[in-house]
Design a protein around this ligand. Structure first.
Ligand code: GDP
Ligand code: IMO
Ligand code: MG
Length: 422
């Protein structure tokens, strides 16, 4: 069977964790292919709320293999904490969790570099989660990185020491104070802990699954507008967040990709710096933030909010080859009598465009909106598509017409059960 990919089409936090958990029973394998502890994927069911950072969101479903793929950057300390937090839920993690030996490690010194780089950027800082993502991918590409498989080989501590020495050297060029010694013992302890898990060549596991008609779901982190190539560079993350990233991040051939599920919020949010054409700075934005509980699952930072941006959504659909759309958080818009959707950008010279400009930041962009009547009624208990209010169906139909892609799931609340299948 082919590998289905599920990914965020905006600036992250679209609700990927919720939907992966919802869909997981249909799959034999759930695999993360990029990102790392910068991700925060929230799952809610049976009165519990879980936030996963590096562990795939299929972990709560029985008999599913969960893979942390080679494209991920893994912080062993965060990993140990995540595993310990799951201990009381009786999940057989040693049986169901596989970690690629090719997964890059995040060292404590990567986190220091992340913070030093951000500090040096001053008011132009990216707004990184400071989890060491950028510096770890930097070492990967520069061919200096340490990988999960390396921890099993003799001499790991010496190689670790060499890489840290390089980082310490770099840090000398930054006006940045730090205490590395404090972080090293927990890191080495977490490395020992990691050795107790299934460290494998996970590309074999994925491809054997494909061959033996097992179903695989690749779980994206972040979102397309944070992609290293196609996002709002340089205000992006350091990995390929797109469908193509699932190929390199798991070892899957492009012809083995099946459905591409694109997730978007019925509005937009962004956390951290960078351009956001439809951002609201008024009461409406504040109400959206409050109603949507828009605070980061990883850092707790407030998320910036704004109306749905169709040029950006269409762009993300195009570069990912999205075959089905899932619309999240429809319930949040229930508070508004009137809704807006950005259909075009008006550029500084007065021209209208539906295309993403090269540099969103430098361009003077005014969003052009279509106003729609809101449904203005509680939808959280709605269980079938037919029972959704007419205005919500109009909203959905409009987006489908504009994008040419069907919306097959409408999410009306954070809980697993608050999901309308079409
Ligand atoms: P992810 O990073 O894409 O997995 O998304 P996050 O977990 O960071 O953020 C999504 C937030 O919205 C979480 O708090 C979810 O519990 C919540 N959520 C997901 N779907 C819905 C929905 O349909 N309605 C509401 N109100 N909340 C939702
Ligand atoms: P999930 O998987 C939302 C943002 C950060 C910052 C930029 C770079 O939960 O959707 P990084 O730490 O990667 O160097 O930060 O990207 N960012 C996210 N925003 N959701 C995420 O993940 C994010 N991961 C990173 O806020 O602007
Ligand atoms: Mg998140």
């Amino acid at each position: 069977m082919k590998v289905d990919v599920l990914l965020g089409l905006q600036w992250g936090d679209e609700g990927k964790g919720k939907v992966v958990d919802f869909l997981a029973p249909k799959y034999d394998v759930v695999a993360r292919f990029q990102g790392g502890p910068n991700a925060g994927h929230t799952l809610e069911f049976d009165g519990h709320k879980h936030v996963l950072h590096q562990i795939p969101s299929g972990i709560f479903r029985e008999n599913i293999k969960n893979i942390i793929g080679n494209g991920v950057v893994l912080d062993p300390v965060v990993f140990k904490k995540e595993i310990e937090a799951l201990a009381k839920f009786n999940i057989d993690l040693k049986k169901n969790l596989y970690i690629s030996k090719k997964t890059q490690l995040i060292l404590p010194s990567h986190k220091l570099l992340d913070a030093a780089y951000e500090k040096a950027k001053g008011k132009n800082k990216i707004g990184s989660t400071l989890k060491g993502i950028g510096p770890s991918y930097q070492d990967k590409v520069a061919r200096n990185g340490l990988r999960v498989g390396d921890i099993l080989a003799p001499g790991f501590e010496a190689r670790y020491g060499n890489l840290v020495a390089k980082h310490v050297n770099t840090l000398k060029h930054y006006d940045f104070e730090y205490d590395l010694a404090e972080a090293e013992a927990p890191f080495l302890d977490a490395i020992e802990f990691l050795k107790g898990f299934k460290l494998t060549n996970s590309e074999y596991l994925v491809n054997q699954s494909i061959k033996s008609s097992k179903s695989v779901l690749a779980e994206g982190a972040q979102g397309s507008l944070l992609d290293i190539d196609f996002g709002s560079y340089p205000y992006v993350t350091s990995s390929s967040t797109m469908a193509a990233g699932a190929c390199t991040g798991l070892g899957v051939a492009p012809r083995n990709i099946g459905e591409v599920f694109g997730i978007f919020k019925a509005y937009c949010t962004r956390v951290g710096g960078g351009p956001f054409p439809t951002e609201l700075f008024d009461d409406t934005g504040e109400e959206m933030q409050k109603e949507g509980n828009e605070f980061g699952a990883t850092t707790g930072r407030p998320r910036r909010c704004g109306w749905l941006d169709l040029p950006a959504l269409k762009y993300a659909i195009m570069i990912n080859g999205v075959s089905q759309l899932f619309m999240m958080k429809a319930d949040v818009l229930s508070i508004f009598e009137e809704l807006k959707i950005c259909t075009h950008y008006k550029m500084g010279d007065g021209t209208l465009t539906e295309e993403m400009p090269f540099q969103l930041m430098d361009e003077e962009i005014t969003p052009v909106y279509k106003t729609m009547k809101g449904w203005h009624t509680d939808v959280r208990n709605v269980k079938s598509y037919d029972a959704l209010p007419l205005e919500l169906k109009d909203y959905i139909t409009f987006i489908e017409k504009e994008t040419g892609v069907p919306i097959t799931i409408v999410s009306v609340g954070p809980d697993r059960t608050e999901t309308v299948l079409r």
